[in-house]
Design a protein around this ligand. Structure first.
Ligand SMILES: Cc1cc2nc3c(=O)[nH]c(=O)nc-3n(C[C@H](O)[C@H](O)[C@H](O)COP(=O)(O)O)c2cc1C
Ligand code: SF4
Length: 525
């Protein structure tokens, strides 16, 4: 009798919701009932309200049940769920679930399908096809593919990845590095974590392609300490890839016999938001305090330990294997304007159906919040949405139908950032959220420059005077806040101080009533 494959996610958010306990009860019940099963710990599909999502392989495809609790398992076996039997938690064929079916999953194509640390599974699903292709090309041709794909950095600044790679490739140095920024500090974001936990070889492959294209022989993945499962999955995948010759310098012949070695290590961050800023991250990897470096020199020329360094976000690297495997034109075919390809968008906050939605650029906020997200979890109207992390603006309803694209959004003061969207209902007080933005900056500032270090503290005080002080002084205090924001935007060394005014000013401009500003006050301020 062949074994029935049952999938229970091992992703940390599924674990937080009891996936380990569910897996243990499934194994026990199957044993007691004499049903031969193979329990696969896959990654999450990214539909968090359905976790733990249990799937069963049937002749028609995988059938899903969720959210499953340990006490549901006996009942599931009673109705023969292991053969796709009907149950109140049944969701039908996984691939037919609307939330998944409507997506354009390129980077997240394997997510939930494979066993994350199985190299065989990875290769059986197009894994390492990109690296194999890259090894048939000259390094300049690999860089050209990345340039032609239009891929831009997914960490926030949206800088073209190929230009960075070209600069490092052209630099002359004994030692070059590839560094992955996996600090993922933005509020409401988790696509990096899901990638590292759910498809770690994809990131490793992307970094290896970068190394082959630029001549780098060492790499680091800087992972935030709050991600222990990601760190464990990466370490296991790195060990297996090294053993199999996809990394390291097997038999002195380099990666897959290419003659070029590439050694990869995980470095654990210590929980500072500013260590996600690329130069502060380099300082942290070098064992120093995470303080931002002045640029120039740019890290591509003088980065880690003063050597040429490619720095990219997890999703940027993870997008590269499919670009090489299927060609730049395939990837560039998705998207809008100068925003090519897809973005794994993370829907969070007060939302009914939070999760991961990968779509080509061009999707709108309303589609994401309503069609995918299903509105607020509280059932109340959506009032505000912050996109792009704690330094991103609050986007008012007037712009919810604007297609997502870096340039189009910048024109209306919105940022795409790392693709995290945090939804608030009509009970949110935007003056409190603006105050929080300034307070966050005051706490997380590296302290190197005055507009950020001092300005953020003065910003908290000024917002307090607006909301709690004498109403007559309000317009004057608002002017002061605007002046302060102007100084922070124009005088800060990095985007920490330079962008903190974005959420503050967007809250003030679009929700003035939350700051106690009457209509005449708004004009005066
Ligand atoms: C305060 C601050 C925090 C940042 N945090 C992150 C982060 O957690 N992850 C990330 O990839 N980029 C972060 N960035 C952006 C990086 O400085 C850098 O632009 C990025 O890692 C480059 O990779 P990319 O070109 O692939 O986006 C941050 C920037 C600032 C100013
Ligand atoms: S803006 Fe803030 S975080 Fe950035 S260098 Fe200046 S003090 Fe440091």
């Amino acid at each position: 009798m062949s074994k029935i494959k049952i999938y229970v996610p091992r992703d940390s958010e599924a674990l937080a919701l009891g996936a380990d306990e569910v897996a243990a009860v499934i194994a026990l019940q199957a044993r007691q009932r004499g049903i031969p099963i193979e329990l696969v710990r896959n990654s999450s599909r990214g539909m968090f309200w359905l976790e733990p999502l249990v799937e069963v392989a049937t002749k028609k495809g995988r059938v899903a049940y969720g959210p499953v609790q340990p006490e549901d398992v006996a009942g599931l076996f009673d109705v023969g769920f292991h053969n796709g039997g009907a149950h109140k938690l049944g969701l039908g064929l996984t691939d037919e679930i609307d939330y998944l079916k409507k997506q354009e999953r390129l980077t997240f194509a394997r997510m939930g399908i494979t066993d994350p640390v199985s190299l065989d599974d990875y290769q059986a699903h197009e894994g390492y096809a990109g690296l194999c292709k890259a090894l048939t090309l000259k390094p300049t041709e690999v860089v050209q593919q990345v340039l032609d794909s239009g891929l831009r950095g997914r960490g926030g600044a949206a800088f073209p990845a190929g230009i960075k790679w070209k600069t490092v490739a052209a630099a002359q140095a004994e030692q070059k590095y590839v560094v992955c920024n996996a600090d993922e500090g933005d509020s409401g974001t988790f696509s990096d974590r899901m990638t590292m936990e759910g498809d770690p070889y994809m990131l490793i492959e992307g970094m290896t392609i970068a190394a082959m294209a630029t001549g780098a022989t060492r790499g680091y993945i800087y992972v935030r300490s709050e991600y222990p499962h990601a760190i464990a999955a990466l370490n296991e995948a790195i060990a297996r890839a090294t053993e199999a010759g996809f990394l390291g310098n097997k038999d002195g012949k380099g990666v897959l016999g290419s003659g070029q070695a590439f050694h990869l290590e995980v470095r654990k961050g210590a929980g500072s938001y500013v260590c996600g800023e690329e130069t502060a991250m380099l300082e942290s990897i070098e064992g120093k305090r995470g303080v931002v470096r002045a640029k120039p020199p740019i890290p591509a020329l003088k980065g880690l330990f003063g050597q040429p360094t490619v720095i990219n976000n997890v999703i940027t690297f993870a997008s590269v294997p499919i670009i090489l495997a299927r060609g730049a034109a395939f990837y560039a075919n998705y998207g809008l304007g100068r925003s090519r390809g897809t973005l794994p968008i993370q829907i969070a906050g007060n939302v009914k159906h939070g999760g991961l939605v990968e779509k080509a650029f061009g999707v709108t906020l309303r589609e994401l919040m309503v069609d995918y997200g299903g509105g607020t979890a509280s059932g109340r109207p959506i009032k505000a949405v912050q996109v792009g992390g704690p330094l991103g603006a609050y986007v008012p309803e007037a712009h919810w139908d604007l297609p997502m694209d870096y340039e189009g959004w910048t024109a209306v003061g919105a940022t795409v950032g790392h693709g995290g969207i945090v939804i608030h209902d009509d009970t949110a007080d935007l003056s409190r959220l603006a105050r929080y933005a300034m307070e966050f900056c005051a706490i997380e500032s590296c302290g190197k420059c005055t507009p950020c270090r001092i300005g953020s503290t003065r910003g908290v005080e000024t917002i307090d005077r607006i909301t709690q002080g004498d109403a007559q002084n309000r317009p004057q205090q608002v002017k002061l806040l605007r002046d302060l924001c102007d100084t922070m935007v124009n005088g800060s060394l990095c985007a920490m101080g330079g962008m903190t005014p974005f959420p503050v000013l967007s809250a003030l401009n679009h929700y003035p009533e939350d700051f106690g500003l009457s209509k005449p006050d708004r004009k005066a301020a």
